[in-house]
Each structure stands twice: as structure tokens, then as C-alpha cells.
Design a protein around this ligand. Structure first.
Ligand code: ZN
Length: 304
């Protein structure tokens, strides 16, 4: 299976601290690189964790609060100065196009590469990009201003034929090709052996969902069924649940409930309020609901 790697570049919320930058994440699915959110300081985080900005193909911006996109114009400008030629696809709230256009116009900058802007739609779930490696979908979450989450799904590899089957039957080149493409096999006695019995994926295709910033929205779990890894904001502890609801954010246990109801294999929580000096109690109360919960840290890297 092709690599599917996630780097957390910023795991804090609105105010940067020395240990936690605001939101940004880097995904690599085979040769395709995706940046999700681009807070102030993201360029330095990319450098720190040895990730090339020039290789980023898609930038997904969840909403227009500064801790999710104030680093974007800097990144776009640096790509220009570094001689980028490849197009860059930016997905975000429609008004982001006006902001970027004004910033570039006032700086009298004509980008030497094509910046393709794709406005996110006011719909519960939309596929925004798909090729033979992956699919990217955007879904609406509930925040004080329009806000989207993202789901990145890796396409499955071709199925492989089981060794036990190959040693039992001698398949011609054409038969091998047909079975790999999904055909059933008919043996010399005319018996049909279903494809699912003779092939398997060496590694099942993975998926990654990013939910920030959002009020706890139970109905989202239906859209995220069986996601491999869920990243969900957990700005607050349970004792601040009222404040979480008032500011359209979530608590650790709410993030964990989402992971549980979606049938996720693993939950990563982040976007922590800088008021908590020790986050262990926040993690502990999330784990009481869903034990496969981990705390995001800047520089954390994992495979899907
Ligand atoms: Zn935020």
C-alpha cells in the first residue's frame, strides 16, 4: 500500500504558545501532499519537520478565523519567491478568494504559478477532489462562522491473489489479469470460485477525518462511519462544557463520543485551549469514553 502519513504542525487553539502552534496539518497520500489549515507560523513548522512547501498540491482551509489561515498568504508568497511552477489548489470559504486577491493585488504580486481557488459549498457533504490515489470531501460543521471539516480517503490498491490459490491452480496470464481486476475464477470442473475468496487487499485503504472547530454535532458520525483516524477538536474539558457550547467548540468526552459513534479506529484530539497547563486530565476523560484516544502534539507523525 502507498504511504498515507499525517504530520501535526499545530495542535493549539487561537493563541500560539511556545509548545503549540495554532492549527495546521500536513498529509501525504502516496505522491500527493495536502495541507489542512495554515495558521500563522505554518511555514516555520514545515521547515522544522522537514516537509517541503513546494510539494504541497492542495491546501484546505476550514474557516476564516485567523488561527486557521493567517499563514496562508505568507506560504503562497514564499512559493512564488522560490520559483514554484506547479499549480496550487486552494479550497476554502468563498470569501477567502477575495482576501487573497486583495493581498496579492496590494503587494503588486503576479504569481508565477497558477493558484486555482475552489470555493467550498454550503452543503452537508461534497466531494471536492478525486483521482486514482485519493478523494477529498468537505463537510459542514457548526461554528460561529461557516466552517468545514475534511475527509481524505485513500483509494484501495488492486486486490492481490492469495498465494494458496496460486499454488493450487495454474492460471494463464489472461486469467491472472481478469482475477486481479475482480473476475471470479472458473476451474476445470466448471466450479465458480468467487473473487473475494481468492483475493485480498494487502493493506486496506485508509481514511482520515479532520473536525475543527465545531460544536459537538452528533449527526456528523453518520458521515464519518468507519473512518480509520479521526482528528477532532477538544478545546475544553468537561467542566467547561457550557463555555464550549457558547463558543461553538467541543470537549474531550464529546470528541471521544464522536469517534465511538463513527466506529473510528483511533482518535487524535487537539486545538486545546491555552488555559490548561496540564492536558492529562483532558485526555483521561476522553479515554473514559473512547480508549483509543491520543493527544496531538506539534511534530506528531503517524501512518493511516
Ligand atoms: Zn480555531
Amino acid at each position: 500500500m502507498k504511504p498515507f502519513t499525517v504530520h501535526i504542525l499545530g495542535s493549539g487553539s487561537a493563541i500560539p504558545t511556545l509548545h503549540r502552534n495554532p492549527s495546521s496539518q500536513h498529509l501525504r497520500v502516496d505522491t500527493c501532499c495536502i495541507l489542512i489549515d495554515c495558521a500563522e507560523g505554518t511555514q516555520l513548522q514545515l521547515k522544522r519537520f522537514n516537509l517541503s512547501p513546494m510539494k504541497i498540491d492542495h491546501v484546505l482551509i476550514s474557516h476564516l478565523h485567523g488561527d486557521h489561515y493567517f499563514g496562508l498568504i505568507g506560504l503562497i508568497s514564499s512559493m512564488h519567491l522560490a520559483g514554484r511552477i506547479n499549480p496550487l489548489f486552494v479550497y476554502g470559504p468563498p470569501a477567502l478568494y477575495d482576501i487573497l486577491t486583495l493581498q496579492l493585488a496590494l503587494a503588486n504580486t503576479q504569481l508565477r504559478y497558477r493558484l486555482e481557488f475552489i470555493p467550498l459549498q454550503d452543503k452537508p457533504f461534497t466531494s471536492v477532489f478525486a483521482d486514482d490515489l485519493l478523494e477529498i470531501a468537505a463537510f459542514k460543521v457548526k461554528h460561529r462562522i461557516p466552517c468545514w471539516g475534511f475527509l481524505v480517503r485513500q483509494e484501495a490498491d488492486q486486490r492481490n491473489i492469495k498465494k494458496s490459490f496460486l499454488s493450487q491452480y495454474r492460471l494463464s496470464h489472461e486469467e491472472l489479469k481478469a482475477v486481479k481486476e475482480g473476475a471470479d475464477y472458473v476451474n476445470a470442473q466448471g466450479e465458480v470460485i468467487p473473487n473475494e475468496q481468492i483475493t485480498c487487499y494487502t493493506h486496506p485503504a485508509g481514511s482520515y477525518a479532520y473536525c475543527t472547530d465545531t460544536l459537538y454535532t452528533p449527526e456528523l458520525s453518520a458521515l464519518l462511519q468507519n473512518v480509520t483516524v479521526l482528528y477532532h477538536e477538544a478545546t475544553f474539558m468537561q467542566m467547561h462544557e457550557k463555555e464550549a457550547a457558547e463558543t461553538y467548540h467541543s470537549t474531550g468526552p464529546q470528541a471521544a463520543r464522536m469517534a465511538k459513534n463513527a466506529g473510528a479506529k483511533r482518535l487524535i484530539i487537539g486545538h486545546f485551549s491555552s488555559r490548561y497547563k496540564d492536558l492529562t486530565p483532558l485526555l483521561d476523560e476522553a479515554r473514559l469514553v473512547f480508549d483509543q484516544t491520543e493527544m496531538a502534539t506539534d511534530g506528531m507523525c503517524f501512518q493511516i
